[in-house]
Structures are given as structure tokens and as C-alpha cells.
Write a protein that binds this ligand. Sequence first.
Ligand code: ADP
Length: 552
Amino acid sequence: MTGQGLASDDARVPDDAAGLDTVLWEQFPESVAFCATDGVCLYVNPALERTYGRQRGEMLGQRLWDLYPEALRPQLQERFLRVAATGEPAEFEWHLAPRERWFVKRLFRSHGRVYVISREITSEKKQEAILRGLYDETRRAQRHAAFLAQASEVLASSLEHDEILQRLTNLAVPPLADGCCVDVPMPDGSVRRVAAAHVRPELVTRSREYHERFPLRLDDATGIGKVLRTGVTEFVPELRPEALFGDGEAARWVRELGVSAFITVPLMSRGRVLGALTLVNSGGGRRYTQADVRLAEDLARRAASSLDNGRLYTEAQEAIRARDSFLSVASHELNTPLTSLTLNVQALRRQLEPGHDPVVPGADSTITKVVAVQRQLARMSSLVRELLDVSRITAGRLRLEREDMDLAALTRELVPRFAEELARAGCALRLEAAEPATGHWDRLRMEQVLQNLLSNAIKYGRGRPIDVRVSSDETRVWLSVTDEGVGIAPEAQHRLFQRFERLASERHYGGLGLGLWIVKQIVDAMDGRILVRSAPGRGSTFTVELPRPARE
Ligand code: ADP
């Protein structure tokens, strides 16, 4: 009997190949060939015919390796002959490059023949490649995310413009680039390099020299200038200097700087291009892809937002400086005429007082008005003084004139001056300051503290009684002012001592929100502290605690 497809007329075909064996191989899904030990094909199955797209008749009698593309022949021949000679089976992967197909080939020797079984693994290979791609993509995304997280931290830790940009370039080299620089647009159309880093630091200098020779400009047709002008990323994965610059001097420089690829991304904020970040590759193992472009853009976004924060911070600082200097000038300007006005009104009042000679006609009715004017003036003077104090304290010019004094005596002396104010507000005042409370403090400043606290108690006291207490022990004295007025919400209490902080409605209560801030500055300067205990609708107690310093 003749087995299907068997070269039955070939004398070298062993008997059993014609029978049982080939019946099985015919049905086999894998490609099967068996050959004589010199490689001549004795049998190939239909699966092999299908795989190679050739008729069985063409293949039988040929050497197995001659059926393959030339480049693959030596490899197969060598392995085949080794198996034929040694009887050691072999297994290897086989890549049919022109058709992008992969196989696993198994070779073994039996009954004086060499069997070659081929299983196609193209789809496994493709899946593997997809998986590997996904894995690589995930790894890269993880690396990028970790890098960006670190970058955000580093960038946020400074508010200084140039410092942020230098940190940015240092961050990028070497993880993202061999070289990195940031350039900013200048109003005259030039470009200024504000930060640069390179794995070979000498190239930072070389590149500066290059740009001195060939300056970047905002109207450049390509490169950094164009990105600064248009705000659009530029990505050159493979830079051939001669293609861009011909064979001239510029091309030689670029070759010397070793730039083989670059990505330039804009640093944008609110639609404005603040600068351009350039990542440069020098052709080592790294190749830039779109993923790197996305990473660079992400990094640039973060850097731009840090720059924005820095700019806002600088602007805010400048605004504060401008405000403080305005306060200082304005309060001095207001104070000068106020002082002479006060003196003139005092003189006027003296002339109107009963018993003044000569008697001014109509003095009785005028004096009431003058008293009212004096009150308004006093109020105005105290507001201007607050402003003056603020500018002095802010400029670090709060100087204390310490002297030995008794806070209880000072309080007893000062409280009667508030009689008129208390009467107008309908507040009774209880004073408890019998015991001396001596120390070494600034008398005028202590007066100011007491005045502020008492004025507030009257202002916010709703006409209820006010208690002023001075007490002491060996090491400390306390001055407390308690009212039963509107009180202060707990969540607002920590803001009380801030500058310009006003909690009460502007409509009902006047004031600049400076008094308590000044009080705290004075108390702090005397190494004391101020505490508040208050509840809305139940009144407030402000307590100043001062140490009694050992006498000098
Ligand atoms: P102002 O000149 O506006 O009174 P202050 O610095 O003296 O400024 O006080 C800041 C804010 O604290 C006030 O606007 C007021 O809302 C609140 N405050 C101060 N003292 C009292 C008090 N005794 N009772 C209730 N609220 C007070």
C-alpha cells in the first residue's frame, strides 16, 4: 500500500512510513516533515503544504532547508545535521520574517530518520507583543506619574521665578533628557535663556556660546523662537543638523553639541506663553516618543503654574509694600495739620470759657460746638495715630521707653478720662485696682493698650456695665477689661488680632480694625500676651498678662 503523499518510489522511504505513521500525520494540525539524515524530505503533511503554500510534489526529494528563504537556511541546516548526527532532540523558535510568522520547531531522530514538527505560534507572539507593549506603557505611565509627583513637590517649594526654572531643568536631567533649558521671550523680540542643565556641564557653556553666535529670536521660523511665539509644541525625534542648517557653521556647532533629538514645549499661563522648556537628547540609548512629548507638556504645565504662583506672590508682596508706604506717607500728612488744628481749637475754647477776659459775645452757645469739634478732632487724631503706629510697627520702628511704673495707678488715673464716653454709651464702670502692680514698662504704650481695650468695651458693650481689673502676683500682672456686650463668635476669635480685621458690621460700628493688632504688638514687645474669653451675646473679657521683669 502506498501512503498518501509518500514518495513511494523513493527507495529510501522506510516501510513503516507508508503505513500507520502517515495516516496520523496527515490529520495533524501541526506541520510535519520527515527526512533522511542528509536532509532530503521523505514526507510532508498537508499542514506543511498549507503553511508554505507549496505542493507536496515540489518539496519531496529536496533538502528540507532548501525550502526556506536563503537567510534562514544555514541555521536550520546546522541544527538538523546536529540532531541527525547526535540523536539529541532540539527545539527552537523560528521566525519567518518576510511574512511575520513565528513557529516552534521540534527535531528528533528515530528509526534512522529526522522528524521535524512545526507549530505556528504567531498569534501567541502577537498577543505577547501586545501584552509587553501594555506592560511597557503601564511601567512608563507609572514612572512618569512618579516623576511628575516629585516634580510638583520640587517646583512648589520655591516662589522665585529663576529658582523655579533652574529646579525644573535640574529635575529633567538626566531622567528625561541629556540636556534641558528654559528660554523666555523678551519685549524686544529677543529670547533670554534663564536656566540650563546638561549631563555634561561644559555643554551648558558651549550652548550659551552657540546662542551668542546665533541668537534665538521670536520670529525664528522653527525651534524655540517659534514655540515662544506660537505656544505650539515642537518635536524633532531625529535631528539631522545638515538638513536644518546645511553644511554651515551652525550645523557644525549643533553636531558638536551632540543634539540628536529635541522636544520644545511652551510654558503657558492664562493663554500667555511665559517661556519654553526644551528637552535635548544626545543620541544615547534614549529615543523620544509621543509619550515623552506628553510628559514634557505635563511638566511644563506644572512649572507654569508654579511660575504663576510665584508671580502672584511677588505682586502681592509689592502691593503690600506699596500699601505700607502709602499708609506711612498718608498718616504723616494727615497728622501734621491735625496737630495744629487741635492746638488752635484748644486756644479757641480757652477764649470762650467763662471768666475769660475779654468776654466773647455769644460764647455760651459757641462753646458747646467747639467742645463737639474737639471730640471729633480727638477721634480723628486717634485714628491717624493708629495708622501711624501701624506703619511704624510694620517698619520695625516700635521702640519702647521703659520706666518703673504702677499699672494700677495708671489705670486709676486714666479711667476718669472716659467718663464722658461712658456716659454717652450709658455704661457704668467698675474699677478694681487698689493694689499696686508695679513693673518696668512703657507708660505711654500701656496707656494706649488700656485706651484701646476700654474704647472697644464701650463701643461693643451695648450700654451694659464694664469691669476693669488690675491684679498681680510675684512674677506677673494682669489687666482685664470685661464687657457684657455683643461678644465674639469662637471661630472669629483667632482673627481678632490681625491687621485690618473687623468682625462687627461696618454700618453699626466705626473703626479701622487696627486697635487690637496694635495692642498685641505692644504686649508682645513687652514679652507679655493677650487673651480673650468671649461668647456671642454674652460679652467679652480681654486680659493682658505682663511679666514683671527683674529691674535692670
Ligand atoms: P476696631 O477699630 O474696628 O474696633 P479692633 O482691632 O479694636 O478694631 O477690633 C477688631 C474687631 O474685633 C472689631 O471690629 C470688633 O468686631 C471686634 N472686637 C473688639 N473688641 C470687641 C469687644 N469688646 N466685643 C466685641 N467685639 C470686639
